[in-house]
Design a binder for this molecule. Structure first.
Ligand SMILES: Cc1cc2nc3c(=O)[nH]c(=O)nc-3n(C[C@H](O)[C@H](O)[C@H](O)COP(=O)(O)OP(=O)(O)OC[C@H]3O[C@@H](n4cnc5c(N)ncnc54)[C@H](O)[C@@H]3O)c2cc1C
Length: 278
C-alpha cells in the first residue's frame, strides 16, 4: 500500500493544479485520473474549442479577403483539418501538463478511484493511504429528456468538438457559451445554425420582440433567436412526451436535412426550449 500526504481524485484543471501546488508545498502527492490529465477543459472543452474558434476566425477573415485587398480564389474550408489541428494543440498542452506533474514528483495513478475509507483511496484494486483527500472529479453533461446524444444526430459537446463534417443545418439547444461557440464555428464553415434559448442574459424568459437581439445575430441570421417569424412563444420545461412536438416547428428544415447530413442537434446544457404555442 502506497502512502501519501494528499490524494487528489480527478486530474482536470481543479485537480492537477492542486496536485502541483501540494507538491510545491512539500507534500507527497498522488493524483488519481481515470482518463488523461487535463480533464474536460484541456481534452474536450476550453482548449480544443478555442483552437476551433481560431479556425473560425481565420475562415471569416478569408471570406472577407477582398475587403483587405486580397484576392483568394478556389478557397475551401476543411473542418476535419481544423479538428486535427485542435487535437494537436490538445496533445501539446496535455503532454506539457504531464511533464509538469512528472517534474513536480506527483504520482499520477491511472484508473478510476474511489474512497475506500476515511483515509484510503482505492484505484485499480490497490489501496492507497492518504492523509488528506481532494475530490476534483468534475461534472457530467446534462441531457434533455428524450434527447440523449447518440453521436450521430444528437451531439454532446464532446461529439461536437471532434465533428469533422459541417452540418447543413444544426440546431443548438442552449445559448450558453458552449452552444454559442459551436454555433458560431459551424456557421463560419457555412452551416445554417439555429440556437434555441429562452432565457435572457439575466435568466429571465426573452420577450418575443427582443429575441432577435439576444444571440450573435451578426454571425448568421438564424443565430439570432426568434428565427421563426410570426410565431408566438412561451416558456416551458422540456419533457419527453412533448419534446418531439416542441421541436418540430423549429426542426422543420432539420428533418428535411437530416438524411443528407446525419447531423441534427447539439444538446448542450439545455434549460428551456423556446417553443411556439400550438
Ligand atoms: C466545449 C467546452 C468549452 C469550455 N470552454 C471553457 C472556457 O473557455 N473557459 C472555462 O473556464 N471553462 C470552459 N469550459 C468548462 C471547463 O471545461 C470546466 O469548467 C473544467 O474542465 C472543470 O474542471 P474540473 O477539474 O473541475 O473538472 P474536469 O475537467 O471535468 O476534470 C475532472 C477529471 O476527473 C476525472 N475523474 C472523475 N471521476 C474520477 C474517478 N472516480 N477516478 C479518477 N478520475 C476521475 C475525469 O476523468 C476528469 O479528467 C468548457 C467546457 C466545455 C465542455
Amino acid at each position: 500500500m502506497a502512502s501519501y500526504d494528499i490524494g487528489i481524485i480527478g486530474g482536470g484543471p481543479g485537480g492537477y493544479v492542486a496536485a502541483l501546488r501540494a507538491s510545491q508545498l512539500g507534500l507527497r502527492t498522488a493524483l488519481f485520473e481515470r482518463d488523461r490529465v487535463g480533464g474536460v477543459c484541456l481534452n474536450w472543452g476550453c482548449i480544443p474549442s478555442k483552437a476551433l474558434l481560431k479556425n473560425a476566425e481565420v475562415v471569416n477573415l478569408v471570406r472577407e479577403a477582398e475587403a483587405w485587398g486580397i484576392r483568394a480564389e478556389n478557397v475551401s474550408f476543411d473542418l476535419g483539418a481544423a479538428v486535427d489541428r485542435s487535437r494537436s494543440v490538445v496533445e501539446k498542452i496535455v503532454s506539457g501538463v504531464e511533464g509538469l506533474l512528472k517534474d513536480a514528483n506527483v504520482d499520477v495513478v491511472q484508473g478510476s478511484a474511489a474512497l475506500g475509507g476515511p483515509r484510503v483511496v482505492t484505484c485499480g484494486g490497490v489501496r492507497h493511504e492518504v492523509k488528506n483527500i481532494v475530490i476534483a472529479s468534475g461534472t457530467s453533461s446534462r441531457n434533455l429528456p428524450g434527447l440523449v446524444p447518440d453521436g450521430r444526430v444528437v451531439l454532446s459537446s464532446k461529439d461536437a468538438v471532434v465533428l469533422r463534417k459541417v452540418p447543413k443545418h444544426a440546431v443548438v439547444i442552449g445559448a450558453g457559451p458552449v452552444g454559442v461557440e459551436f454555433g458560431h464555428l459551424w456557421a463560419s464553415y457555412g452551416a445554417k445554425v439555429t440556437i434555441v434559448e429562452l432565457l435572457d442574459a439575466n435568466g429571465a424568459p426573452v420577450a418575443p420582440e427582443a429575441q432577435s437581439d439576444t444571440v450573435l445575430p451578426q454571425g448568421d441570421l438564424d443565430l439570432a433567436l426568434g428565427a421563426l417569424p410570426g410565431v408566438r412563444y412561451r416558456t416551458r420545461p422540456v419533457t419527453s412526451p412533448s419534446l418531439d412536438r416542441q421541436l418540430r416547428p423549429i426542426g422543420h428544415s432539420i428533418a428535411r436535412n437530416l438524411t443528407q447530413t446525419a447531423i441534427g442537434m447539439l444538446s448542450i446544457s439545455p434549460t428551456w426550449l423556446s417553443c411556439p404555442v400550438a
